[in-house]
Design a protein around this ligand. Sequence first.
Ligand code: SF4
Length: 183
Amino acid sequence: MTHKAFQQLADIYTTMDKAWDMTASQYGFQCKGCEDNCCTSLFFHHTFVEKAFLIHGFEQLAPDIKKEVRTKAMIYYQKTFPDGQMPTSQKLMCPLNQDGRCLVYGYRPMICRLHGLPHELHKPGSAPFKGPGCPAGKFNEAPYIPFDRTPFYKGMATVEMKFRQRTGKTEKIKETVAQMILF
Ligand code: SF4
């Protein structure tokens, strides 16, 4: 059951990684890490299937690394979600980033994969949303190269729907990586 969902998810990830790489190379952009590291962004993830896949990757880490990551995740969670207050970005490093490297690179969620490039998103009944790229890319100095996230979001919604049908999940999910690891 889970294996099939993970394969479907891996297929979507492969498609978006290829599209991202192709567009980035057209810009001549290479992500080499920078001061404004996107792993310090307050990203929320909205699918149970991605959470299950991320945890599957996390479980393969060595026990001492997992313990260290859980400790970092708790600190991240407590600072980002102070009691009774709305979460605010503290620009904290994701607990899964170790020395600039993602410990679960092959299992990282969609938003981690799509971040960085200028993009568009089309929703029925709304004007197209246009998102800027990361500052490091200096994309405002180059003509926009179309990068449409819509098919990836749609594909993800389909995989998530099937995963929910199989697992009986009905509630919404909106979690940071720290929450995914802890809860
Ligand atoms: S999961 Fe990996 S790529 Fe995503 S924010 Fe954390 S360290 Fe960065």
